[in-house]
Design a protein around this ligand. Sequence first.
Ligand code: 5GP
Ligand code: MG
Length: 181
Amino acid sequence: MKVLISEQEIQRRVEELGRQISETYSGRPLTILGVLTGSIVLLADLIRATEVPLRVALIQAASYHGTDTTPGELSINADLVPDLKGRDVLILDDIFDTGNTMAGLMERIKDFEPLSVATAVLLWKSDRTVVDFQPDYFGFRIPDEFVVGYGLDYDDEYRHLPYIGVMESSDLEEHTKKVDG
Ligand code: 5GP
Ligand code: MG
């Protein structure tokens, strides 16, 4: 698989993001709200690079189904979200593509009456974005290609890759062969 962003580049950038977030919130209690499932690897690394009084929470959002590589209907499950009233919240996702997922999440989180809501992602497909805002923190801007690894999946696989790879048509064929036996 073609590597778009190496493990080392990711690690370096995530540490920078952690420093940036620590400076912005500087001593203020923060809740980082990870979006399941794609953000889990970034979440684990970023929280260890962030030095503020920190709570970690999870919310579920899904717009891709199985082997689709284009988004479907957005569904959000906020059952796991703790009390966020009066807290600074940073929503953390793997990738900001059209921005519709993040827009839906922000709308939902506002019901919890937080003090502030900001957004962070590892990857931003800026050419594809259709919403009128951008992520407050992002690791890398990337072109319009379907990527996997470092939390991002294709058909629920490849999340464990330590790098960001591009799923090319040959990789898709390979995957299909493996799954179909
Ligand atoms: P958006 O709503 O911004 O269009 O899409 C965001 C969601 O779509 C992300 O949380 C992620 O699950 C999924 N997504 C968008 N682009 C990609 C991609 O290139 N690879 C993978 N694996 N997921 C993507
Ligand atoms: Mg996702």
